[in-house]
Design a protein around this ligand. Sequence first.
Ligand code: FEO
Length: 397
Amino acid sequence: MKAVKITDKIYWVGAIDWNIRDFHGYSTNQGTTYNAFLVLDKKTVLIDTVKELFYDEMKARLTDVLGDKKIDIIICNHAEMDHSGALRKTIADFKPQKVYASTLGVQNIKEQLGQDLQIEPLANGATLEIGEDSFTFLESRMLHWPDSMVALLNKENILFCNDIFGMHYACTQRFDYETNREDWIYEFRKYYANIILPYSKITGAFLKLVEQKGINPRMICPDHGVIWQKHIPEIIAMYKDFAAQKSKKKAIVVYDTMWGSTAKMAASVVDGLASQGVETKSFSLHTEHRSDIATEVMVASALIFGTPVINQEIFPSLGDITTYLKGLKKENLVGAAFGSYGWSASVLNKMEDIMKSLSVQIVSPMVKAKFVPDAARLKECFDLGAAVGKAAAGKFK
Ligand code: FEO
């Protein structure tokens, strides 16, 4: 395993996880990378490690550069185990003199990996001299963990930003300019939608702070995906839009179905939305993953749920997606609900109640079909879609 030279003094020494398809409940259809970076100066500095399972790969890349030399300093920008999992083994083999993390990083790493680890805290704004160059550390609390921080290598003007600007995308290329934009652009948006979205206000404030401090890196190195060089202005602009929760004139219909009735209703709802000129995507929970739905919801202005009734409850898959979306805290949605039932119509009210708990503004009464929707019920579904479409379109006038 070879390290990849990033600049004359920096190497990528991470690992490529081609096969992961589920990252704590998030579907990673294109795998991921765990990026770690080795900086060679008077001090040899490793920034972050990898998931424990990938330690041997990182070790081989480190050894490719270092031979039998040791590492002087390890910086842990983030305590989550896809970046800290291999820390204990790295310390054992490379014997660093110092291991640093943010104040909360020290706590979180020790709580996960063991209190015996010797890790020192770095204060927000601290500087660390490593020879010709130096690092400045900036806490990025709740982006996306309390311990998160970023490290700016000052003279090189390179920002190591842990999960911020990351994406789950495995590839052999290390730089954005070596890849096809269309191959990763969805993964970039998906990462924000599923990881960063709940912290959008903090993201906006952080981007402002970086601007105020005059930080304008020539290279941005996240812990997942590619290193940004060519697309830096674009990804920052996208993050600003994401952080502002900017939406499109777009509606998302999410439903499940037992015997096809709710699916029929969904089709009429979609027609109603289209009648108002609203771009619409319809997702069956039989086939679509929650994390892909969340990616679309992030840029939508309307959200409609459809459910059957089973055992006096809404369908379980609707419970899953709504629980997930509640945590992601998408704002400014209008919507409505529809559903089919056999003998317990009132159970369907739970769907609307859940939507209200997601802060979706209900703009049309729920449509309920007994067993199979007839033409009149399907017309009501069309009208529901049209009403929601009108409300969504009205946001853009
Ligand atoms: Fe990539 Fe929050 O860990």
